[in-house]
Design a protein around this ligand. Structure first.
Ligand SMILES: C[S@@+](CC[C@H](N)C(=O)[O-])C[C@H]1O[C@@H](n2cnc3c(N)ncnc32)[C@H](O)[C@@H]1O
Length: 433
């Protein structure tokens, strides 16, 4: 397909997303099925165009003064890909499969409009109803913070230190352009190009033999800050597919007891294969059966309970731009209830002197510090360990990291703008006694 034909295809997919209200991944899959002639490069390019547009949907419409799929796509080409009016016009030359030529209005908008007067929710590309929440989170910095959350994310990997050293994997994956991540001692990073082509990490020998996993650096740090140590009894209460469980296992170096569970057994399905590939031998997965508590035998004995809480996922918007626009106010209320429930559930398992590490991939204060304050109100025997102390696991990076994050009495918040990671909140609390 020509670059112009890929633009037409992207417009078609965006129309399907708008009109049929389907998720972007589904619309792209359906387009691929209906256009079997399109090769993998074409699919990656069309997908890159659609996702880049979704990340910048509001600002792209603003710059074009046009909310149509075509308008938003052209706005994105200007804002995200830095294309000028002539470059965009040359793709719309009226040739077969190309979008129709630029109108005078489109030319005018592309040449003269800017985001200077745009409100924060437009400049930062987020749903307007979230403005009060983001004011509470970031105040006047909200447009800058959310603009960073609307940039394309790199692909981050975690080297599994049970099986390999970062230096060695850096060498063997050099052909993918990997570099070390700035904070995590076991993180690697691959910058992704505009065509969003998947570097096929799952087919690499290092992945197949369990030496690397895909995991955002913020998620790696969140697990690190829990301070899990060899020999401890650690519970991963919201283990899901096991991203953090695998990090905890590596931190424990095969010593101690690691228990992974989740309220929803379906979420746990991939964890078994991942644990085995990673060479983890000290983990048990407790799959819930009916309504029974799968951890009923554990009474105030755990050194650490990690709660990787269900949340709105606002911290991962750069990876899920589609979810950003589909988020509804009711979703926040449901998550707040789930989070309080998971926190209260954890209490029964923690021994005196033990810790709860509470993690969200959200930037909203309601899900973060406010949730911690309410928990401590309900459970006065827990105290927050000062985040400056928690962050000391980052060794020589600690001071720079603490200067980068948002610090509060309740915990710390990483954001794409401050730490170059997804948005993650971490609070570690100790049970007195
Ligand atoms: C953010 S996801 C976990 C991601 C996973 N830890 C990872 O790193 O791949 C949150 C999980 O919490 C689970 N969950 C929600 N409420 C829960 C509760 N009260 N107790 C345990 N798990 C819960 C959900 O089913 C979901 O799998």
């Amino acid at each position: 397909m020509t670059p112009a034909a890929r633009l037409s295809a992207a417009i078609e997919v965006i129309e399907a997303i708008d009109n049929q209200r389907v998720p972007a991944a589904k619309a792209l899959k359906e387009w691929g099925t209906a256009h079997r002639f399109a090769g993998s490069g074409d699919r990656a390019a069309v997908s890159g165009l659609v996702y880049d547009m979704l990340r910048r949907q509001a600002s792209s419409a603003w710059i074009m003064d046009d909310d149509t799929p075509r308008g938003r796509l052209f706005g994105m080409l200007r804002l995200e890909r830095g294309m000028d009016t002539d470059a965009i016009a040359s793709l719309c030359d009226g040739s077969r499969f190309a979008p129709g030529p630029l109108t005078d209005g489109e030319r005018q908008a592309l040449t003269s409009r800017s985001l200077l007067d745009a409100p924060a929710h437009v400049a930062g590309d987020y749903p307007e109803w979230l403005d009060p929440y983001l004011i509470e989170a970031f105040g006047d910095d909200r447009a800058a913070e959310t603009a960073a959350m609307a940039r394309r994310a790199p692909l981050d990997l975690r080297v599994n230190t049970l099986k390999a050293k970062r230096e060695k994997v850096l060498g063997s994956l050099r052909h993918l352009g990997v570099t070390a991540t700035p904070w995590s001692p076991f993180g690697l990073r691959i910058m992704l190009g505009a065509d969003a082509r998947n570097p096929g990490i799952q087919a690499e020998e290092e992945f197949v033999k369990g030496a690397v996993e895909v995991q955002d650096e913020g998620s790696q740090i969140a697990a690190l800050l829990s301070g899990a140590k060899p020999g401890e009894q650690v519970i991963d209460l919201c283990a899901g597919a096991g991203g953090k469980t695998l990090t905890l296992a590596a931190m424990m170096q095969g010593r101690g007891r690691l228990i992974a569970t989740d309220r929803d057994k379906r979420q746990l399905a991939p964890i078994h294969e991942r644990l085995s590939r990673a060479g983890v031998h000290n983990a048990e997965v407790r799959t819930p059966k009916w309504e029974a508590e799968p951890l009923s035998d554990i009474r105030e004995s755990a050194d650490l309970v990690l709660i990787d809480a269900p949340c709105t996922g606002t911290g991962t918007w750069r990876r899920n731009p589609d979810a950003k626009w589909r988020m509804r106010p009711g979703a926040l209320d449901i998550r707040l209830k789930d989070q309080a429930e998971a926190l209260d559930r954890a209490v029964a398992f923690v021994k005196p002197g033990g810790r709860i590490a509470y993690v969200t991939c959200s930037v909203l204060p309601q899900e973060n510090g406010e949730q911690i304050l309410k928990f401590i109100d309900r459970h006065s025997d827990f105290r927050v360990i000062p985040p400056s102390q928690t962050a000391s696991v980052l060794w020589d990076k600690t001071d720079d990291f603490l200067a980068a994050v948002y610090l509060s009495d309740e915990g710390l918040l990483m954001t794409p703008r401050r730490t170059g990671t997804d948005g993650f909140f971490v609070s570690v609390m100790r049970r007195q006694g």
